[in-house]
Every structure is written in structure tokens, then in C-alpha cells.
Ligand binder design. Structure first.
Ligand code: 0RA
Length: 671
């Protein structure tokens, strides 16, 4: 029973060190260990972010980071990373080796054992040593040890080889002197992640580890990383080699080039540099390119070779340098369009890698993936800006090309924003649309139509028959107010008219704006009878008086629903009116040898009676229907005004006069 959990129960929650004494077969030392690492096994997520695949790979990153620290500090030049078939990972460096002398405060234990079994113990040893320590944000190798089924360490130091083994964070025996070694120095750690923590099937992913190793080699050109992987763990067409030596003297410029592959960029070469930060405050290295196609956004940033996917102060410094630098260059050469360029235009279109090395990094944020050192922002901005200014002014053709590229990004951004504003406006207007309106889904007015339908029953059929994308239906209840005879206050209060105005979206009278009309066509669709004609007249009067612009701009139409259906055998035709019906009987059905009598004629009482499919094919389908456009004939404005006033106005005697004048013309009064 060597699981930390069960042991800790025996130890008691409040027991400090050995004061409560060991229980059973466990020694005082065991209890110290378990007190030290128990929280890690109890809540692994607190230390490695989670027990998923990311957490698992965090273990590898932790040990690799320790070795990288040794390399960055100048003590190691080679790191070996090998993944074995049994799932264990070995990381071997040629650094100084973890100290093995007895730790002054823990008489019986070596420094190595303290480092591997105590949380945060590293700092005690590393104040001077780890100038640019990244570690896994300092949690240390002890966390890896606690979460490993087994971990073995070999240290070659001062001509001796030392070794010690652990199980789930507990030392299995003391540090052993394994003899004399020559030409060997450094630390070799092999560990088997605990399946009790990470799950039965949890395995390192070769591709992920290989990528990690590669990026470290790019980030620090002073190290050579040897990658090894058991071939059994790799697929046939492996993108991951079984063994490779990774060493990149070109640093981040090479890294970026490899990431970008064949993609073309706005400048022939990346903007890259490497400098020490003023006042021995570390070092910064960067490579920046502007890919002309595909998604550019790639901002990989690191501090002391530890990835900072959350960005932070160093990234802020780089952004400022690039944005301000390009703007200053634009202003210098008198390019006015540069004024619209915002930092995001410069930065969002870049693919960049940034790496800083600073003595005491602060990792912020929930997942500690963000650099917090405030001084890093200014330092990075200063050194990068300086280089950027020189780079731009030293190659004007290239600089002008880049400037143009970035200005275009800014213009695209502004265009997108304008589109969005229009969409937003449409969306808010939609919220205030009348409840009865069945709107079309297309937001752009072009190609859309609003069908004004008489009554709820016809409205229902029209809603079924419509093309939802382009056709909106507004049912109007009964007869709308006659605007030519009503007082204006009454008009404002009329529900049908206010619904209609809301649906149209444009204002009335002088304030009418064609651009705000929500549909291209407004179609009056009433029954083919006198009531229908009356409603159509009322609507046309409304438009004529209140929205003359809508008629002038050619947006108002009358639908032509049929009045009769004529069927004979398999032939069905529709007739608009009596004359049309007679004509059809003489033409279409004439050939049926006097069969005209057998033609079945049905008269529609209203649009609502028609099946939706018929309403669609006869009246609504743009490909088959006939529409009448309502226009005011050229030069007949005054006559039209007179006519509307006579027929629809406030004086009934004028209407009577009109009827009397025209009565002789009436042949068949259909009521
Ligand atoms: C503490 C102190 C010293 C080195 C290390 C830790 C160390 C840790 C790891 C982990 C992997 N590889 C490592 N290499 C070194 C410095 C000891 C001295 O002063 O010599």
C-alpha cells in the first residue's frame, strides 16, 4: 500500500512533519513525503491544469523545461528525449546534475530527494542558478514525481553516478552511489505517468512531444535536442521520425519559415531579430511575417522557452512596436490612408513568433499561460521598435508594399464593420415589426416583396404559398381606413396602417426614403371581386397620398388573382374576369367539339378558398403570375390628383357625379 492517499489518512490531517509519529510500518520520512505531495495527487488539476491529455503532456513539458533551463543558463548543450514502448519518457541532459549532497535542513535526505519530493523546493536551490527559470511555472519535478507510477533519476556529477527511484512520489530506498563515471555529467529522468491519475489508456502522443522538442530547439539555438521514439508507437506514414537531432542555428526566423511553409508573404523576408534587453534584463528574439493568403493569425509567444498562449506583456510590447512603427513610417512618407490603420490591422495580419528570456518571469492568469512582468512590455517595445524602424527605412520598396498590404486590411475591416452596422440596424428594426407580418428571411431588400393580403384567411393561404426567403405576407383585417377622407389624427391611430408602415420600414411623405424600404416590391393582393377592388383602391389611395415616392420609384404593384377556374378533363386554366373566361371558353376549350358546356367552371369567392398550391401558381409565383405596376402616367399628375379626390375624398356628391357620368359605360354590373 504505497498510494499517497491511503497513507495520508494514517498520518492525520494536522500532523506536521514527524511530530505525530509514524504509524505501522511507515517511517517518519515517508510521512514527510506524503505530507509534501499529497495535495498534488488529491487535486492534480491545480498543478497541471487537468488530468486529460493536456495535463499528461504537462508532465513532459515540466521535465523538459528543467533541462532547458539548464541549457539556457549555459550549463547544458544537449538534451535527449526518448519515448519508449512501455509509455515511459526519458529526458536526459548534460547539465550540472541535480545536487546530491545532504540538504542542510533535512539531515537525512539528499538535495535531490528534497527536490523530487517537496512542493516548490526548487527555489531553495535555484535562486542564483536559474537565472531564467521557466520550469512549469515553478511547480517543479516533484509534481511529475507525485503523478508518476514510477520515476527514476540518474545524476552524473563530480565523477560519480547517483541513482534513486520513486513510486507515486515516494522514495524507494535512498539515493545510491552507482559508481564512478567518466565523461558523463547531467541529469536523466525516466517516468511512467500514473494510469490511476490519467486513466488506463492515457499515453503520450509522439507528435505532440516531437513538436515540443522541435519548438524548444528553435527557441534556443544553443541546444541540440536528440529525439528518439520507439517505432512501435509510430504509424507507417509517420510525420514523426523515430530519431532525429534537432538543432537550429537560424532560431526563430527558421521556426517561422517552417511554420509558414510555401505560403507567400507581403515581404520577401520576415522581420526578425535578436537582442539583449537593456540593463542585462534578459533577451528578446522575434520573427514576423505577413502572409498574403489564408488565415495569418499565428502568434506564438514564449518566456524562457515556456509557451505563453495567453500572450501577456511581452506580446503587448511587440504589438505596440509593430503598430506604432508602421504608422510612423506611413506618416513619414506622407501616406494619408495610414490614419485608418489600427494596431489590430498590423497585428492580426501577422504570423509571428516571439521569445523572451527574463530573470524572474511572472506567469499570470488562471492557467498561468500569460506573461505578467510589467517591465517586459516597454523593454520589448523599445528594442523591436528600434529594429523595425531601421528595417522599414532601409528597404523602402518592401516597406511601401507592407504599408499598402496593411492599409488594405484596415479598409477591409472598415467595410466589414459597415456591413455589420447595416445588419444590426435591420435586426433592431425587425424587433419592432408587427406581429401579423410573416417576414421573409432575406435581409437585403433586393429581390424581396411584401404581399398585402385581404383578410386573415387569405393571409393564411398566402403564408403557405409563399417563398419564405423572398416573400413577406401582411394580412390586413377588413377595409383599411380611407386616408383621403379621414382626419390625420385618425390615420396615426389606425392599427392596419401603422402595421403597414412598420413593415415597410420607410417613413411617409417628405421623410420617405427609398433606401429604407424593406422590400423591393409592395404587392396588393385582394380578391377578384368588388370588395377586393374597394380594398385595393383604399390601399392605392393610401400610397398615393402618404407615400407618393413609393409609386414614383415603381415599387407598388397589384396582383392579378383569378376569378374562375375552368376544368375539362386534365386541362385546368384560370380566368381573371368574365371576359377572360369567355375568351378561354372560345379558345382553349373550342377544340373539344362543343364540349364547352361540359367545362367545369368554378368561381372563387376569395383567395382564402384557393388551395395554397393554386394561389402560388396563379398569383404569387414570380415565374408564372402577372403583376400590374401602379404608375402615374406622365404629365397626368393633376388629373390623377383630381380623380383620387373625386372618388376617395370627403365629398360624396363628387362620387355620385362620377357614377352618373360613367353609368352608360357599364355593361354588366357584377355584384
Ligand atoms: C538545482 C540546482 C542545480 C541544478 C539543478 C537543480 C538541475 C535540475 C535539473 C532537472 C533536470 N535537469 C537538471 N539539471 C540541473 C545546480 C547545482 C549546482 O550548483 O551545481
Amino acid at each position: 500500500m504505497n498510494d499517497l492517499f491511503s497513507l495520508s489518512k494514517g498520518a492525520g490531517k494536522d500532523s506536521k512533519r514527524t511530530s505525530s509519529g509514524p504509524s505501522g510500518k511507515y517511517t517518519a520520512r515517508d510521512i514527510e513525503v506524503l505530507e509534501g505531495l499529497e495535495p498534488v495527487r488529491r487535486r492534480p488539476g491545480m498543478y497541471i491544469g487537468g488530468v486529460d491529455e493536456n495535463g499528461l503532456h504537462h508532465l513532459a513539458a515540466e521535465i523538459l523545461d528543467n533541462a532547458m533551463d539548464e541549457a539556457v543558463a549555459g550549463y547544458a548543450s544537449r538534451i535527449e528525449m526518448s519515448l519508449a514502448a512501455d509509455g515511459s519518457l526519458t529526458i536526459d541532459d548534460n547539465g550540472r546534475g541535480i545536487p546530491v549532497d545532504k540538504h542542510p535542513k533535512c539531515k537525512n535526505r539528499s538535495a535531490l530527494e528534497v527536490i523530487l519530493t517537496t512542493l516548490h523546493s526548487g527555489a531553495k536551490f535555484s535562486d542564483k542558478v536559474y537565472h531564467t527559470a521557466g520550469g512549469l511555472h515553478g511547480v517543479g519535478a516533484s509534481v511529475v514525481n507525485a503523478l508518476s507510477e514510477r520515476l527514476t533519476v540518474e545524476v552524473a556529477r563530480d565523477g560519480h553516478l547517483w541513482s534513486q527511484s520513486f513510486e507515486r512520489g515516494i522514495a524507494k530506498g535512498k539515493l545510491k552511489d552507482a559508481g564512478v563515471v567518466r565523461n558523463r555529467r547531467g541529469t536523466k529522468i525516466t517516468f511512467w505517468p500514473d494510469t490511476k491519475i490519467f486513466g488506463e489508456g492515457a499515453r503520450f502522443r509522439p507528435a505532440r512531444l516531437y513538436r515540443m522538442a522541435r519548438s524548444k530547439a528553435y527557441l534556443f539555438r544553443g541546444v541540440e535536442i536528440r529525439w528518439e521514439c520507439d517505432p512501435k508507437l509510430l504509424g507507417k506514414d509517420a510525420a514523426v521520425p523515430t530519431s532525429e537531432t534537432l538543432h537550429f542555428s537560424g532560431g526563430l526566423a527558421d521556426y517561422l519559415a517552417a511554420e509558414l511553409g510555401e505560403r507567400t508573404t507581403a515581404t520577401p523576408a520576415p522581420f526578425a531579430g535578436r537582442v539583449s534587453l537593456p540593463g542585462q534584463r534578459g533577451e528578446a528574439e522575434w520573427a514576423v511575417a505577413w502572409p498574403t493568403e489564408g488565415d495569418a493569425r499565428l502568434m506564438s509567444s514564449y518566456c524562457n522557452t515556456v509557451p505563453t498562449p495567453g500572450g501577456g506583456t511581452h506580446v503587448q510590447g511587440l504589438r505596440n512596436a509593430l503598430a506604432k512603427g508602421l504608422r510612423a513610417y506611413g506618416e513619414l512618407i506622407g501616406n494619408r490612408r495610414v490614419a485608418q490603420v489600427m494596431p489590430e490591422d498590423v497585428v492580426d495580419s501577422t504570423s509571428a513568433v516571439l521569445s523572451v528570456f527574463i530573470p524572474e518571469p511572472l506567469f499570470h492568469g488562471q492557467t498561468k499561460d500569460k506573461l505578467g512582468n510589467p517591465e517586459a512590455a516597454k523593454l520589448v517595445e523599445q528594442v523591436v521598435r528600434d529594429h523595425f524602424d531601421h528595417w522599414l527605412s532601409g528597404a523602402p520598396d518592401m516597406a511601401n508594399g507592407l504599408l499598402e498590404f496593411v492599409i488594405q486590411r484596415a479598409e477591409e475591416r472598415l467595410a466589414r464593420k459597415a456591413d455589420k452596422d447595416v445588419a444590426r440596424k435591420t435586426a433592431t428594426r425587425k424587433l419592432r415589426l408587427p406581429g401579423k407580418l410573416a417576414d421573409c428571411s432575406r435581409t437585403d431588400a433586393k429581390g424581396t416583396e411584401l404581399l398585402l393580403v385581404e383578410g386573415d384567411s387569405a393571409g393564411g393561404t398566402a403564408k403557405q404559398a409563399r417563398n419564405r426567403e423572398t416573400q413577406a405576407v401582411l394580412p390586413l383585417r377588413g377595409k383599411i381606413l380611407n386616408v383621403a377622407s379621414a382626419a390625420s389624427g385618425k390615420m396615426q391611430a389606425n392599427q392596419e396602417i401603422s402595421d403597414l408602415l412598420l413593415a415597410l420600414g420607410c417613413q411617409t411623405g417628405e421623410r420617405y426614403k427609398e433606401g429604407e424600404l424593406r422590400y423591393e416590391k409592395v404587392i396588393i393582393m385582394t380578391d377578384a371581386d368588388v370588395d377586393g377592388a374597394h380594398i385595393a383602391s383604399l390601399l392605392m389611395t393610401f400610397f398615393y397620398r402618404q407615400l407618393p415616392g413609393l409609386i414614383r420609384d415603381g415599387h407598388l404593384y397589384l396582383a392579378m388573382p383569378p376569378l374562375y377556374r375552368l376544368t375539362h378533363g386534365a386541362t385546368t386554366v384560370y380566368a381573371r374576369d368574365d371576359a377572360h373566361k369567355d375568351q378561354l371558353l372560345k379558345t382553349t376549350f373550342a377544340g373539344h367539339g362543343g364540349a364547352a358546356r361540359k367545362v367545369e367552371i368554378s368561381r372563387f369567392k376569395g383567395l382564402g378558398e384557393m388551395p395554397a398550391a393554386q394561389l402560388k401558381s396563379t398569383t404569387m409565383d414570380p415565374a408564372q403570375r402577372t403583376l400590374l405596376r401602379v404608375v402615374v402616367a406622365d404629365g397626368r399628375r393633376r388629373q390623377t390628383d383630381d380623380l383620387v379626390e373625386r372618388l376617395m375624398g370627403r365629398k360624396p356628391e363628387l362620387r355620385l357625379e362620377f357614377i352618373q357620368e360613367h353609368a352608360p359605360e357599364v355593361e354588366d354590373l357584377d355584384v
